[in-house]
Ligand binder design. Structure first.
Ligand code: ZN
Length: 66
């Protein structure tokens, strides 16, 4: 079992996977992170650069402006 501490709110969650690369959404603050797990260890966790909700908002905003 792999434990993840959310970089933003520090809430702890766990993965049953020993290796995983991809997006992870914090259950508490709902922030999206790009994480890399190898051999049951967190190698990388950073805020996702592409937040679907924010992109949707931006798209809606520009659609209205246009
Ligand atoms: Zn969080």
């Amino acid at each position: 079992m792999t434990y993840i501490n959310c970089p933003k709110c520090n809430d702890q969650s766990y993965f049953n996977l020993s290796s995983y690369t991809g997006p992870y959404r914090c259950m508490k603050c709902r922030e999206i992170f790009n994480i890399v797990i190898e051999n049951g260890e967190i190698k990388s966790s950073q805020l996702g650069k592409q937040d679907p909700d924010k992109l949707k908002l931006i798209k809606t905003y520009y659609t209205k402006e246009g």
